[in-house]
Ligand binder design. Structure first.
Ligand code: COA
Length: 379
């Protein structure tokens, strides 16, 4: 039997704090007019102090599981695509796994810059198509506000925070993720880079003084790269799926700059109604942008069963990726019954308690070992 990887659940989360272009004009030498004209961005969301990539990823994941009425304990794998993990390790995906009570799931983070979510879709769907797994949660989540230099007008106007998630499920119904294109060109790595905090430039007083823990970007070069790869990757993914430009129902590109999206749409000969744009409200949320756009496209009734969606990502690496998805779920989905919502709430509270007890268990065991066996590392 041929296996397919269908998207059966989707969810998003964005912080409530809105930062407008006018707000930014009060912080750096810029203007609402310049930002709108050069990028298409009007406002973006900024995480509250108690929000992180993991907390936003968990909210998006819970929403996706709710849509699919899926049990977190049955998940096989959780992939979190992010450039702004809570820690270098443990993986943010492990924090999500713990919070969801996804006791059977493997979990890892995926680093492919803004392309991360589309890379994750490819990895997750291949895990399903190969027969290895039945349910894979793919999340794109970012807290870019924490790595932005708020005095650098070249970058601070572009980015925002948020998270989006999809649940992939094995199916024998033809459709789902039909084709995949992955690309990379590491020679362009310096064009979009967070220079310090890794093994090349570990954190030090100097790295902090030299602003090396912030995004550094050559905007015009990244712009040129993005306009070249976006349409090309979309074409390749279509060809691989045996489809043509006319078959595209909706084009969901990484939301980095309205001019990049327009240029790709023109090259693909797509009318505006086949191109999804929401970067005016969120800015560039990196790996969260495509799943957030997908959620809003569904919400706006722009996706229906049998549609061919083309999703394209590009970003740091340099990397790019494209997939064609044949939509398989009837829309709109009905609201879940109240008792299911309550049951799910109880499940997540239980996951929190379980996590607390397991953490306590690790501490007690370590203390007991110290007491009865002694500190073996000192020998
Ligand atoms: N407000 C006002 N002026 C600004 C500005 C801002 N926020 N940012 C840059 N400028 C100025 C520059 O200093 C420059 O001034 P100068 O001519 O006096 O030197 C001028 O605007 C033009 O700068 P330039 O970088 O050539 O503008 P641009 O038209 O290329 O637009 C970007 C800049 C960043 C919007 C554009 O290059 C871009 O979107 N690049 C891709 C970025 C991206 O998508 N990154 C993420 C990829 S995942």
């Amino acid at each position: 039997m041929t296996r397919y990887a269908q998207i059966v659940g989707w969810g998003m989360y964005v912080p409530s704090k809105v930062l407008t272009n006018d707000d930014l004009a009060g912080m750096v030498d810029t203007s609402d007019n310049w930002i709108r004209e050069r990028t298409g961005i009007v406002e973006r969301r900024i995480a509250a102090p108690n929000e992180t990539t993991a907390t936003m990823a968990i909210r998006a994941a819970q929403a996706a599981l709710q849509v699919a009425n899926a049990d977190p304990a049955r998940l096989d794998l959780i992939i979190v695509a992010t450039a702004t993990p809570d820690y270098l390790f443990p993986a943010t995906a492990c924090l999500v796994q713990d919070a969801l009570g996804a006791t059977r799931a493997g979990a890892f983070d995926l680093s492919a810059g803004c392309t991360g979510f589309v890379y994750g879709l490819v990895v997750g769907s291949q895990m399903i198509i190969s027969g290895a797994y039945n349910q894979v949660l793919v999340i794109g989540a970012e807290t870019l506000s924490r790595i932005i230099n708020w005095t650098d007008r070249n970058t601070c106007v572009l980015f925002g925070d948020g998270a989006g998630a999809v649940l992939l499920q094995a199916s024998d119904v033809p459709g789902g993720v039909l084709s995949a294109v992955l690309g990379a060109d590491g020679s362009g790595g310096d064009l979009l880079v967070l220079p310090a905090g890794g093994s090349r430039h570990p954190a030090s007083v100097e790295t902090v003084a030299q602003n090396m823990h912030y995004i550094h970007m050559n905007g015009p070069e990244v712009f040129r790269f993005a306009t070249q790869v976006t349409a090309r990757a979309a074409r390749q993914a279509l060809a691989e799926a045996g489809l043509h430009l006319e078959d595209i129902s909706l084009f969901i590109s990484h939301q980095a700059n309205g001019r990049i999206i327009q240029s790709a749409a023109k090259s693909l000969k797509l009318p505006p109604e086949k191109v999804f744009v929401n970067l005016d409200r969120y800015g560039n949320t990196s790996s969260a942008s495509v799943p957030i756009a997908l959620c809003e496209a569904i919400e706006q009734g722009r996706v229906k069963r049998g549609d061919y969606l083309v999703m394209v990502g590009f970003g740091a690496g340099l990397t790019w990726a494209a997939v064609v998805v044949k939509w398989g779920v009837p829309l709109p989905v009905s609201r879940p019954l109240r008792r299911i919502v309550v049951w799910r709430w109880v499940r997540y509270r239980w996951a929190t308690i379980r996590s607390y007890l397991r953490r306590l268990g690790w501490k007690i065991l370590a203390a007991l070992r110290g007491l009865f066996i002694g500190d073996s590392s000192s020998g």
